[in-house]
Design a protein around this ligand. Structure first.
Ligand code: NAP
Length: 511
């Protein structure tokens, strides 16, 4: 362990927190353009998974704070709506510059909040800067259509234009696993689409989003357009149910997503939920490549990725060779203090998460899986783990793992692999490894998921390719140019052109 864990941020962030009497920083939240305390003045402790110590205190907002945030968003939406798109784009460019200039602060905060290795956290910061720079691509999606009416008996003589208008207030709820990127990937398209936002970050990782709000403030975003509500989960449901919130964009577990959907009845909903990506390795695949990709796909971010490879279905005839290649790779994944640049894998988000993952590993071993590597955990640190010959009765084959485990199932053939994938309740991502063009198509078409990756592990990355789930993995698509569509309402304006003598006339029929 590298010594006590402390958050230290650059001068631009000095307005967003104050040092408490015990030296622990107390963060304010951002409502209506000001850094403020919760109305009851209460906070909650933020513990780092690195050593379990309290690294910050964060405002415990309540219903009246949420009310203030949504009211500010509603009242100030006209400010963002009145800005030309090019001005909104320029704000995004300025935020990108601020994020890049303070990339080390952002990356270290991610590492301290959730335990991700510092060798990986800068990637998330770069992705946010890139997402901001691609604002132009999003903005181009805000256009409309012209529909001539003269093909239908009902509409002869009329034309319509179809507009995409802002929904008003977007309620954004983010998970812990990409604490900077995921909430930002909701806030950016919402604002580009001239919406205002109330965002509730995960209470395990709220600071990254508070820092992002500061970047937006410094970039000149009009006051009240972006509001952050920190605090417990139920605030997410209150946000989803709020009468002034027109659209809810949620990323998190399937169970909480259902709760959000229940509260958000009648609103536009975008749900990015849990996943269980199966990687299918066929007997003609490049096994070295498949093994390298499966290991990286399973272990990056300690497996805490909705798109993580969380079970490998390998054809029996090549399974021994595949497992041998996997074992060559796994030793590189050194578990340790995530602040150490040589560490490849840090702790999970908290000790309960590590115990849940370990429970899945123990269940798999009890049911006959062969433990080839790892298998243990200490506090929040779960060892990178490889299980072979996992039986179909093991829970780990069906439940979202969200931890660094590669369960390997030996399957008879392509059909057998597809049957397993079909039984899954999830439908977010899958991967197929093969060098046969026709098998690749057959498997990719048969899988019921939102995205299939061929000869690589699934990764949503910056969202350049759209992603999202089917089955219990969600509703709607995220990505550049796609998220923004979900945050706009379509309005149709119909023109009767007959008074101008421009309406078409229907031909007279003889019979
Ligand atoms: P989570 O427990 O579902 O929490 C997600 C968010 O919902 C947090 O802000 C949480 O707040 C809030 N919340 C908790 N209870 C709530 C309630 N009753 N009503 C409304 N909101 C509530 O998820 P997580 O553990 O943070 O994240 C991991 C999950 O996210 C995994 O299942 C993963 O697959 C999924 N995910 C999906 C995608 C995708 O693209 N499909 C991407 C990333 C992650 P608190 O933190 O304050 O409890």
């Amino acid at each position: 362990m590298m010594g006590s864990v402390e958050i230290k941020l650059g001068r631009i962030f000095s307005e967003i927190y104050e040092e408490g009497p015990d030296g622990v920083p107390e963060f304010k939240t951002f409502i209506d353009g000001s850094w403020t305390r919760s109305s009851e003045g209460t906070t909650f402790d933020l513990r780092t998974p690195i050593d379990g110590s309290v690294i910050a205190r964060v405002q415990r907002c309540n219903e009246s704070d949420l009310e203030r945030a949504v009211r500010a968003a509603k009242e100030n939406q006209r400010k963002i709506r009145s800005l030309a798109a090019i001005d909104r784009i320029e704000i995004m460019e300025e935020v990108a510059r601020i994020v890049k200039n303070h990339a080390d602060d952002f990356a270290m905060t991610i590492t301290l909040e959730m335990g991700r290795a510092i060798s990986e956290s800068p990637g998330e910061v770069r992705a946010v800067a890139e997402r901001l720079r691609l604002a132009m691509e999003d903005s181009r999606k805000v256009s409309g259509e012209y529909i001539p009416g003269d093909w239908s008996p009902d509409t002869v003589g009329k034309v319509a234009i179809v507009l995409r208008e802002p929904v008003g207030v977007v309620g954004a709820i983010g998970p812990f696993n990409y604490p900077l990127f995921i909430p930002s990937a909701k806030v950016i398209p919402a604002i580009l689409g001239a919406n205002s936002v109330a965002v509730k970050p995960s209470s395990s990782t709220p600071i990254s989003m508070l820092m992002m709000a500061r970047a937006f403030q410094l970039a000149g975003l009009p006051e009240g357009v972006l509001n952050v509500v920190t605090g417990p989960g139920y605030l997410g449901s209150l946000l989803a149910a709020h009468r002034d919130v027109g659209m809810v964009s949620f990323t998190g577990s399937t169970e909480v997503g259902r709760e959000v959907a229940r509260h958000g009845v009648g609103k536009m909903l975008h749900l990015e939920l849990g996943g269980k990506a199966y990687a299918i390795v066929l007997d003609d695949a490049d096994l070295k490549l498949s093994a390298a990709k499966c290991v990286e796909g399973a272990f990056r971010n300690a497996g805490q990725r909705c798109d993580a490879v969380s079970a490998v279905l390998v054809q029996e005839s090549v399974a021994d060779e595949f497992v041998e290649e996997v074992m060559k790779q796994v030793t590189e994944w050194r578990l340790g203090d995530p602040r150490d640049p040589s560490t490849k894998m840090g702790p999970l988000v908290n000790e309960q998460a590590a115990e849940r993952v370990n429970g899945l590993v123990r269940d798999a071993v009890e049911k006959g899986s062969v433990l080839l590597h790892g298998g243990g955990r200490e506090r929040a640190y779960h060892q990178p783990t490889v299980l072979d010959r996992v039986p179909e009765s093991a829970k780990i084959l069906w439940e979202e793992t969200f931890g660094p485990v590669i369960p390997i199932v030996r399957v008879r053939d392509e059909e057998h692999a597809l049957q397993i994938a079909e039984r899954s309740r999830y439908g977010l991502d899958a991967a197929v490894f093969t060098n046969n063009f026709y098998r690749m198509w057959r498997v990719a078409k048969a899988l019921r998921v939102g995205e299939v990756t061929v000869n690589d592990y699934p990764r949503h990355g910056v969202g350049f390719f759209p992603f999202g789930g089917v089955k219990d993995s969600g509703l709607g698509r995220e990505g550049i140019g796609y998220s923004i569509e979900e945050m706009m309402v379509i309005k149709t304006i119909v023109f009767n052109l007959e008074p101008a003598g421009l309406g078409k006339v229907r031909r007279t029929r003889t019979s």
